[in-house]
Design a protein around this ligand. Structure first.
Ligand code: ADP
Length: 700
């Protein structure tokens, strides 16, 4: 299954989870705060439950007109004053004016009374008391049944404490009287913010359990997500956004711990009311700060760094104010903290809208998440200011934001996996071809190394031969020149007086000059040939014609030297095999070879030339064999080198320039052929020339 399909499956599941959550939020939010649509309201301090059936109608909020006596901070003479005043429950005191013209403030002491009339007797009922700011005592039929904090007439005599409570009781008569003494000198708002609920014990406790378990599901989720992001952060320290997000989760969880059901207050009874309210406010500010930090790291171009610095400094100041000021003061400043968080929320939202316009990845989902979260914040603010709303939506809002975030994370994971899969495929391919590539590259390297090595050897060889050439030339030129100089000086100084001797000396000198001339001509020819700057004058020649030409050129001379000369074709049929050669240069090759052969062959010896043709490799072979002294095996590898002469000094005297074979080799190679020398078993040496046969096509 492809990643894309898996992803869409995952998205659908997540969508279902969101739907379920929304339903859960609704049910849980409804459990205590959403009242039945039509239920009896208290009037003039009485609530009539004649038509109320616990089984069918369930829990009832004791809302409506409660009798109320206001004492402010004056100690009451008696609780049963007959001044009848009424107050709307739920509701905070908020400088309301009572019917008797008395104005109530948020700080002071008040007594609420309510008669529950016409109720069924003998049922086990429960009252669920919400957080009441900030201390109260509940009397049922004048018996003290529940107490939170210490009720007092001023700040010093009262002790604030908050925790929801339950009172189980069994009405003995049809009318039950409730009396609630409430004092507040520590919080900005006094009175009953939320409803007191009445129901069958079992109903009340079941509903409470449901609400608590729902809250702990949310808390569990937030803690999990928080640790999940801490884990991410520990693995990738550079990624501060994960740390900030986990902080946001933990701050919200802790804040839940000191609000509403206040699990932290239940777990740590030593945690004072003022400590808890400080925590609540500090965590409120810090949640805003962590949220901004997170979104700044996510979209740094849209949600700017300057904003983060500004909000961080403000957070420090606000936290300090909460630590330093008494709860009554800082809770009265709540609007400042709310503005701080709202500013953060809207800055983020604007940044996200910008990111959405710029089509940045994840911007849409984050935008939806933040809008939801912001809605929850505004809801809670309105609720706690007694304006409107459902109690404590922020945790759900955060959960919604987290879910949106999870979509983004899943999408990123999916993209990363896809890329990883692709890369793995590429790596596999690459790996498969890698060995072959390495082999090829190594072979290329070897080849270029060999070329370099050859070039180096060639350079060394050329350098050596250049040095040899220079020394050979100077030697070969100096010797005859020194001789000539000696003869000339002798002639000048009349050392040679005899006419005959003078003539002989001049002849000798002329011979030396001739040798010099030949040497210089050979040198010139060789240098031209080696530089490959010669244009061959190619002619097509049949082997038969070539053979005849050899006989014509050399047979007479051989006869004079008393050497038997043979020149023949290996088979008659090759008579018309054609070669393309520069005839005059080939003559030069053969004259070199033949005069060498004559030089090293005794009178009565033989010299023979054989022309052969091998049709398989289309090569013309010319063998030149003499019955002379042969070549010393030590000399064989070098005889084609320039100026190489036999090391034997006796022979050396009769030697030529030492350039003949070098010139012959150059000419043969210019024709695309090869020349080699070896000794014959029966004595003498053999020179073997191979020339490519002219193709019929080339012959045209
Ligand atoms: P040179 O001008 O000295 O003949 P070459 O290049 O023609 O120079 O020959 C080089 C050497 O090869 C000669 O000096 C000789 O020692 C040896 N050489 C060439 N041809 C023969 C041959 N037919 N028999 C024996 N030695 C030979």
């Amino acid at each position: 299954m492809s990643i894309r399909k898996k992803l869409s499956g995952l998205m659908k599941q997540l969508f279902c989870v969101i739907l379920m959550l929304i339903i859960l939020i609704n049910t849980s939010a409804c459990s205590f705060s959403m009242e039945p649509m039509n239920y009896p309201q208290a009037k003039s301090g009485n609530i009539d439950l004649t038509d109320w059936s616990w089984e069918q109608d369930g829990i009832i909020p004791l809302d409506g007109e409660w009798e109320f006596q206001w004492f402010g901070s004056a100690e009451p003479k008696t609780m049963d004053s007959n001044r009848s005043n009424y107050i709307q429950v739920p509701g905070t005191w908020d400088n309301k004016v009572l019917a008797n013209g008395q104005m109530i403030r948020n700080q002071g002491l008040g007594v609420y009374s309510l008669n529950i009339v016409n109720q069924q007797e003998g049922k086990r009922l429960s009252l669920r008391l919400p957080n009441i700011a900030t201390a109260y005592e509940l009397y049922i039929d004048d018996r003290l049944e529940m107490k939170r904090g210490v009720v007092g007439y001023d700040a010093s005599s009262s002790t604030p404490y908050q925790l929801p409570g339950f009172v189980d009781f069994e009405p003995r008569t049809a009318t039950t009287s409730l009396k609630l003494v409430v004092s507040n000198f520590d919080h900005r708002k006094g009175g009953l913010r939320t409803a007191i609920l009445l129901g069958e014990s079992e109903q009340i406790h079941r509903t409470d359990r449901n609400e608590i378990s729902m809250r702990f599901i949310i808390i569990g989720c937030l803690i999990m997500i928080g640790f999940y992001h801490v884990g991410f952060y520990l693995l990738r320290r550079r990624d501060m956004k994960n740390l900030l997000f986990s902080l946001l989760c933990f701050f919200v969880v802790l804040r839940m711990g000191v609000m509403g059901d206040s699990f932290l207050i239940q777990w740590f009874p030593s945690l004072s009311w003022s400590g808890a309210i400080r925590m609540e406010y500090i965590l409120f500010v810090l949640s805003g700060w962590a949220g901004y930090g997170y979104f700044h790291k996510m979209f740094p171009r849209e949600i700017k760094r300057q904003g983060f610095t500004l909000f961080s400094v403000s957070a420090i100041l606000l936290v300090l104010s909460i630590v330093v000021l008494p709860p009554l003061t800082f809770s009265s400043l709540i609007i400042v903290y709310q503005i701080y968080v709202l500013l953060i929320g809207f800055t983020i939202l604007i940044g996200l809208v910008l990111a959405r316009i710029r089509r940045l990845e994840g911007a849409t989902l984050e935008m939806i998440g933040v809008a939801g979260f912001l809605f929850a914040i505004v809801n809670d603010m309105m609720f706690y200011n007694g304006i409107w709303g459902i109690r404590d939506l922020v945790p759900y809002g955060l959960l919604f934001l987290i879910l949106m975030n999870s979509f983004i994370i899943f999408r990123r994971f999916a993209h990363t996996y896809e890329r990883a899969e692709l890369l793995t495929e590429q790596f596999k391919d690459w790996n498969n071809t890698l060995e072959k590539k390495i082999e090829e590259r190594t072979e290329e390297l070897h080849a270029s190394y060999r070329t370099l090595e050859d070039a180096k050897l060639e350079l060394e060889r050329m350098e050596l031969s250049r040095r040899l050439l220079v020394s050979n030339i100077s030697h070969d030129l100096r010797t005859p020149i020194t001789l000539l100089q000696g003869y000339l000086e002798a002639l000048r100084d009349d050392v040679i007086t005899e006419e005959q001797q003078r003539a002989a000396t001049i002849r000798l000198m002329l011979k030396k000059v001739e040798v010099l001339n030949v040497l210089i001509q050979d040198l010139f020819e060789l240098s031209v040939l080696e530089a490959r700057k010669v244009d061959l004058n190619i002619e097509v020649l049949m082997l038969g014609e070539w053979k005849e030409r050899m006989i014509e050129l050399y047979s007479m001379e051989m006869e004079e030297k008393h050497i038997q000369f043979r020149c023949e074709l290996e088979e008659d049929k090759i008579d018309n095999v054609r070669v393309s050669i520069d005839i005059h240069r080939m003559d030069r090759v053969f004259s070199n070879l033949l005069y060498n052969a004559i030089r090293f062959t005794q009178v009565g010896g033989t010299i023979e030339i054989t022309f052969a043709f091998d049709p398989s490799d289309r090569v013309v072979k010319i063998l030149l064999k003499d019955s002379g002294i042969g070549i010393h095996p030590e000399d064989l590898p070098f005889i084609f080198d320039r100026f190489y002469r036999k090391s034997d000094s006796k022979v050396k005297s009769s030697a030529g320039s030492g350039l003949g074979l070098a010139i012959a080799k150059e000419i043969v190679e210019l024709h695309g052929g090869t020349i080699q020398a070896r000794n014959a078993i029966e004595g003498g040496c053999i020179f073997e020339i191979h020339l490519p046969r002219l193709d019929d096509k080339e012959a045209g």
